[in-house]
Design a protein around this ligand. Structure first.
Ligand SMILES: Cc1cc2nc3c(=O)[nH]c(=O)nc-3n(C[C@H](O)[C@H](O)[C@H](O)COP(=O)(O)O)c2cc1C
Length: 211
């Protein structure tokens, strides 16, 4: 059953703009936030390793804790219903066995393919230096984050993506191992107190070429 209030794809993508000022009286239930994350993580990832770890900051205690780390984005922390923080999990290759076992059990993948892919994941990611792992997983993690911005609109909410916060301290402030979890992007979500002024894009002719 669809949980979308708005299923007009054109309206969802064309109407999305970064909101900076939210209505602080609006709360989104944890059930709905969880549903929105479930809908967002259908995004793809390389070898389906799903290297995302998501922390939702919606309690006054957690918001107070990250307040000193929010730089110029303190107002979103104060007013948004929640801040959704997408981390890259540098140990995500450990997910592979679980994911592929699940795929085999669901009849979506033969056992030999699963064994082969688990081997590849261990080989590729096991040997990858940390900076390359961060880059690779950042790409994967950005996809559900973008999807979340659209899913939120389908649920009747607006979002504001942010990287303006203290990247070095945010994982530790949220009781995560900072050597394992690397912050990628934070997305404020709620009802807009003020609509965004909108934004412009370079025309396709300027940024596109065909070969
Ligand atoms: C990776 C990323 C980081 C951003 N960081 C911030 C931020 O720290 N603070 C902020 O107010 N907006 C931030 N933005 C919002 C952008 O400024 C905004 O998306 C852009 O100007 C385009 O406007 P639009 O989203 O309304 O179309 C960020 C957007 C992205 C994609």
């Amino acid at each position: 059953m669809s949980t979308f209030k708005n299923n007009d794809f054109q309206q969802i993508i064309e109407g999305r703009h970064a909101v900076h000022d939210f209505d602080p009286s609006v709360k989104i239930s944890r059930v709905e936030l969880t549903q929105m994350i479930t809908e967002s993580v259908s995004a793809p990832s390389a070898i389906n390793v799903q290297p995302w770890r998501i922390v939702i900051i919606d309690s006054p205690e957690a918001k107070a804790k990250i307040k000193p780390l929010m730089a110029a984005n303190a107002h979103q922390n104060e007013t948004a219903s929640a801040l959704v923080l997408f981390f890259a999990d540098l140990k995500a290759s450990e997910n592979a066995q679980v994911v592929f076992d699940q795929a085999v059990k669901a009849g979506k993948m033969p056992q030999e393919v699963s064994d082969h892919l688990v081997g590849i994941v261990k080989k590729v990611y096991g040997a990858m230096p940390t900076p390359a792992l961060v880059t690779t997983f950042t790409l994967d993690v950005a996809l559900p984050a973008m999807q979340f911005m659209l899913v939120a609109r389908a649920h009747g909410f607006e979002t504001g993506p942010m990287t303006g916060y203290d990247h070095d301290k945010i994982a530790t402030a949220l009781d995560l191992d900072a050597t394992r979890y690397v912050p990628v992007i934070m997305v404020a979500v709620g009802k807009a107190a003020q609509p965004s002024a909108g934004s412009v894009r370079l025309p396709a002719q300027q940024i596109l070429s065909f070969r």
